[in-house]
Structure formats: structure tokens, C-alpha cells
Design a protein around this ligand. Structure first.
Ligand code: NAP
Length: 277
């Protein structure tokens, strides 16, 4: 199969390359294709004629999405719409990634695919608009909601915290929970989903839930870092965007593809850092 990956220089885009190695992968970064450009998207997909498009491009600055409305909406809502229109007209399936931040966090049990999204932030609303466009415009879609991505080489929360580990203490939010997801596990699960050809909306995230405080505490302990990790409530970190207090994801949708537990993802992350991968 020939597979086009958009946003190919991001942490998820790059993780697809080893996972899909039995396929022909064409991975295109932001510098070569801007998904907000409708004509360019159509022209690129028509010229490359892939059997599947995987969109990993996104504007992931949750707080920045509140002030930078035009760019955030263009990338997270209009971009997926452009991809959905082009792929539908060329009869190509589309895999698109979304977020746990489409939920408001009012539940106290893991969110499954049948739960109703109610985003609290501009980022969540834009990502939901992107999902809805894909769902409406291309019937052959895989919409994959995931959460709290981390990988050794990527731009992510754990690497930001590691960069602060020269301090004696770091303060980390303890009253917000979700599903930390190791990016190579997500790419492998998404590849397994593609193999099934089961279209629809799926939650693929590290199994189990935890807070950022517990995640950083365990990560620093595995890395034998001396920095003290202090728990602080979200209310002590005033930020422009509201975030769900609880957005752990689970799946109830066949073919029930599940990822390893988040702690296994963290162990692999630490091994990858230690071996310099
Ligand atoms: N990261 C998380 O914790 C998280 C959580 C839940 C869901 N997700 C979703 O998972 C997916 C993958 O996220 P990720 O962590 O791999 O993100 P990432 O590392 O930030 O990568 C996103 C890529 O998209 C590119 N991009 C931005 N605007 C673009 C545009 N207009 N056209 C084409 N490319 C563009 C970026 O390029 P530049 O850097 O050059 O702009 C970047 O390479 C996204 O859909 C994201 O919303 C992520």
C-alpha cells in the first residue's frame, strides 16, 4: 500500500516510518505541504495517488489556541476538512488524529467512543470541528482520539520537564488525569487498525490513567534524577485554556485495539533515552 503521511516531521508522523515499513511511505512535512491550503492539498494527493492518507499535522499549543484563533482553527479544523474533501473526491481513506480535550472531564470513569464531546477550550473545539468535517465528508475515515503523547525525540511535556531537572524542585499538576501515551505504541496500534479496515471513531491511548504529577514522579525516579517533584493543584497554574480535570480514554469499539499500559510506555521511553535512540 502507498501511504501519505501529512505533518510528517512531528513526533507521531516520524513514528509511523518504522511501523509501516512494509508499505511505501511518503512522509511530507509542513514545509512541503500546508494542510490549510485547500488547492495544494488536493494537488498533492492527486499527484501522489496514495491508497491511504494519515494526517498527523496539528496546532498543538492548547493555550496558544485561545489567542491565535485564526491559525489554530485553520490547522485543526480547516486542514482536516481540506484533507477529507480531497480524499473523498479521489476515493481514498483518511486516518485523522484527535484529542481527549474534546471532552469536558465531568465523568469519573474512562471516556469511550460513545460519550458526547463537550470541549472546554478553543483547541478542543477546533479539534472537534476537524473530526466532524472528516466524519461528514469522507465515509472511509479512521478518527483516532489519543492523549498526552510522549516520545524520546518529540516535543512533549515529559521532555519539557526533563529539561527542568537541573532545578532542585519542579511543581507539577496533580489534580488533572488522562492517559499518557507512548508514541511508538500509538503508531503500532494505528497500523493494526489500518490492517482491519474497520472505519469509524476509535480511542487509542496508553491503558490506565494518571496525573502529570505521578507521570513525572515515576519518570524522574526511573531516570534516577534527584529533582524533587512537588504536587500542585491546577488552580495554581492559571492558564488561558480550560482543561478537563479527567479525560482518561478507553475503547469499547470493535476491533478493540488496545495499547500497553502507560507505565510500560514510560519504561520504553526511559530505555530509548538511555540507549540514545
Ligand atoms: N501531543 C499531544 O500530547 C497530543 C495529545 C492528544 C492528541 N494529539 C494529536 O495527535 C496528533 C499528532 O500530534 P504530535 O504530538 O505528533 O504533534 P507535533 O509533534 O506537534 O507535530 C505536528 C506537526 O504538524 C505540523 N504542522 C503544523 N501546522 C501544519 C500545517 N498547516 N500543515 C502541515 N503541517 C503542519 C507541525 O510542523 P511545524 O512544527 O513546522 O509547525 C508538526 O511537524 C495531532 O493530531 C494532535 O492534535 C496530540
Amino acid at each position: 500500500m502507498k501511504i501519505l503521511v501529512t505533518g510528517g516531521e512531528g513526533q507521531l508522523g516520524r513514528a509511523f516510518i518504522p511501523v509501516l515499513k512494509e508499505h511505501e511511505i511518503v512522509s511530507i512535512g509542513h514545509d512541503r505541504l500546508d494542510i490549510t491550503d485547500c488547492a495544494a492539498v488536493h494537488a498533492a494527493i492527486e499527484a501522489l495517488a496514495p491508497d491511504l492518507v494519515i494526517n498527523t499535522a496539528a496546532y498543538n499549543d492548547v493555550d496558544g489556541s485561545e489567542s491565535n484563533r485564526a491559525q489554530a482553527h485553520a490547522v485543526n479544523a480547516t486542514g482536516p476538512r481540506n484533507l477529507a474533501m480531497a480524499t473523498a473526491s479521489l476515493r481514498i481513506p483518511l486516518m485523522h488524529f484527535s484529542t481527549d480535550y474534546v471532552f469536558d472531564g465531568a465523568l469519573r470513569r474512562p471516556y469511550d467512543e460513545s460519550d458526547t464531546p463537550r470541549p472546554l477550550s478553543a483547541y478542543g473545539a477546533d479539534k472537534l470541528a476537524g473530526e466532524e468535517a472528516v466524519r461528514q465528508l469522507n465515509q472511509r475515515h479512521y478518527i483516532v482520539r489519543t492523549a498526552w503523547l510522549f516520545s524520546a525525540g518529540g516535543r512533549n511535556f515529559l521532555n519539557t520537564m526533563r529539561a527542568m531537572s537541573d532545578r532542585p524542585q519542579v511543581r507539577v499538576v496533580c489534580d488533572q488525569s488522562s492517559s499518557p501515551t507512548y508514541v511508538p505504541h500509538l503508531a503500532a496500534a494505528a497500523a493494526a487498525l489500518i490492517d482491519t479496515g474497520a472505519y469509524g471513531t476509535f480511542h487509542l491511548a496508553g491503558q490506565g490513567g494518571t496525573s502529570k504529577f505521578e507521570l513525572v514522579r515515576l519518570c524522574f525516579s526511573m531516570l534516577k534524577l534527584k529533582t524533587e517533584v512537588l504536587p500542585v493543584p491546577l488552580s495554581e497554574f492559571p492558564s488561558p485554556a480550560r482543561r478537563p480535570a479527567y479525560s482518561v480514554l478507553t475503547t469499547t469499539r470493535e476491533p478493540r485495539i488496545t495499547l500497553p499500559r502507560w507505565q510500560e510506555g514510560l519504561s520504553e521511553f526511559v530505555r530509548a533515552l538511555e540507549s540514545g535512540i
